[in-house]
Ligand binder design. Structure first.
Ligand code: G4F
Length: 323
C-alpha cells in the first residue's frame, strides 16, 4: 500500500516542492487548501500546475479544529507536514492578532488531531530561523536560545514548543525543522529576494524605473528551497523525532543579493535602488547564519546550491517570465 502524506500549506513554495518530492517517492499526496483556492485554481494553485491531477486536495480551514480533524481522519496519513502559516514577517507586525492566533492555533489543532486519533502519524513542524531573532550566538544551532523579534517569530517559537511538548507528553513522532531562508522560482513576490529578482528583470525590460527597498544591511542565510523539502522528509524517516537547524552556513546582506542580481543582467544596482523607510521593520533580525552540523552528520543532508547560483536562477526565471 502506498504511504500517505498530508500537507498543510501545499499551495505555497515549500508545500508544492514537497508534494512533487513525495510523489516521486511513491507517496499518495493529500493537501489542505482553502475553498476559495479550489474555486480559483489558476490564481491560487499555480505552483501545483505540474502535479494537480496527481494529488488529492481537500477544502478546509486552518482556523478550525473540526475542519482539520475531519480531513486528517479521512486521510489517516502516515506523515503529516504542517507548513501552512501567515509567513510574511513584515505583515505579522501589521496584523499581529491573526498571525498569532492562526499560526499558533493551527499547529495546536494538527498535533491534537494526531493525539485524539490515536494513529501513529509522524508530524513535521515548519520552524524558522526567525525564532533566533536577536541572535545570542553566531552561527545558530539547535542549542541557541530563542529571542524572536516579530509576532511571526513568536508564533513559530510557540509552535516549536507545542511540537516538543506533544512529543514529550504523548510520545508522538513530532519533529521541527528550523529552516533558514530558502528561496526559488516559486517564492512569493512579497519576500525580498523575489521582489529583487522580479524588479531586475522588469527594469532590464524597461517596464520599471527603479526598485524601492528597506534595510539593505540585514544578513540572511539563503538556500534553494527544493533541497530543503528533502530535509523535512528525512527528519520523518528517522527512528526518533528530533529538531534540526537547516541552512547553508553562509550569510550575505540584502545589498549583496541586490548587487549580484542586477549584475546578472549587466545592470549597476546603484543606479536603480531607492531606500524607503516604509520597508523597515519595527524590530529587525540583523544576522542569521545556520550551523547545520547536526543534520549534516545525523541525516546526511547538506545544502548544495550556492548563493550566486540561486540569484542567477531567480533572475533568469523572472526575465523569461516577463519577456
Ligand atoms: O525576504 P524577507 O521578507 O524574509 P524574512 O523576514 O527573513 O523571513 C523569511 O525567512 C524566514 C526564515 O528565516 C521565514 F521563516 C519567513 O517565513 C520568511 O520566509 O526579508 C528578508 C530581509 C529582512 O531583513 C528585511 O528587513 O530583507 C529586508 N528587506 C529590505 N528591504 C526587505 C525589503 N524585505 C522585504 N520583504 N521587502 C523589502 O523591500
Amino acid at each position: 500500500m502506498k504511504r500517505k502524506a498530508l500537507i498543510t500549506g501545499i499551495s505555497g513554495q515549500d508545500g508544492s516542492y514537497l508534494a512533487e518530492f513525495l510523489l516521486k517517492k511513491g507517496y499518495q499526496v493529500h493537501g489542505i487548501v482553502r475553498r476559495v483556492a479550489l474555486e480559483n485554481p489558476i490564481q491560487r494553485l499555480w505552483r501545483l500546475n505540474k502535479i494537480i491531477k496527481k494529488i488529492h486536495l481537500h477544502s478546509g480551514t486552518m482556523d478550525n479544529y473540526a475542519s482539520i480533524f475531519k480531513i486528517f481522519n479521512q486521510v489517516k496519513p502516515n506523515e503529516f507536514y504542517h507548513l501552512a502559516a501567515q509567513s510574511y514577517v513584515d505583515y505579522s507586525f501589521q496584523d499581529q492578532f491573526s498571525t498569532l492566533n492562526s499560526n499558533i492555533a493551527s499547529t495546536h489543532y494538527c498535533l491534537s488531531a494526531i493525539k485524539e486519533s490515536g494513529l501513529k502519524t509522524k508530524f513535521y513542524f515548519a520552524g524558522s530561523s526567525e525564532m533566533f531573532g536577536k541572535v545570542k550566538q553566531i552561527p545558530q544551532n539547535e542549542n541557541t536560545p530563542f529571542h524572536p523579534r516579530s509576532p511571526y517569530g513568536i508564533s513559530k517559537v510557540t509552535g516549536f514548543d507545542l511540537t516538543r511538548n506533544f512529543r514529550e507528553s504523548y510520545g508522538i513522532h513530532a519533529s521541527s525543522g528550523i529552516l533558514f531562508n530558502h528561496e526559488s522560482e516559486k517564492r512569493g513576490f512579497e519576500f525580498v529576494t523575489r521582489k529583487i529578482s522580479r524588479a531586475v528583470a522588469s527594469i532590464k525590460l524597461k517596464k520599471q524605473k527603479y526598485l524601492e527597498l528597506g534595510n539593505l544591511n540585514a544578513q540572511r542565510d539563503w538556500g534553494y528551497a527544493p533541497e530543503y523539502v528533502k530535509g523535512m522528509w528525512m527528519m520523518l524517516q528517522e527512528k526518533n523525532p528530533d529538531d534540526y537547524v537547516v541552512g547553508t552556513g553562509e550569510t550575505h546582506s540584502i545589498k549583496y543579493f541586490a548587487e549580484k542580481a542586477f549584475d546578472t543582467l549587466g545592470l549597476n544596482f546603484q543606479k536603480y535602488i531607492k531606500i524607503n523607510k516604509k520597508f523597515y521593520r519595527p524590530a529587525e533580525v540583523d544576522i542569521l547564519v545556520a550551523d547545520s552540523k547536526k543534520i549534516n552528520s545525523k541525516l546526511g543532508w547538506k545544502a548544495k546550491t550556492k548563493i550566486d547560483k540561486l540569484i542567477e536562477i531567480m533572475v533568469i526565471n523572472d526575465f523569461k517570465l516577463l519577456k
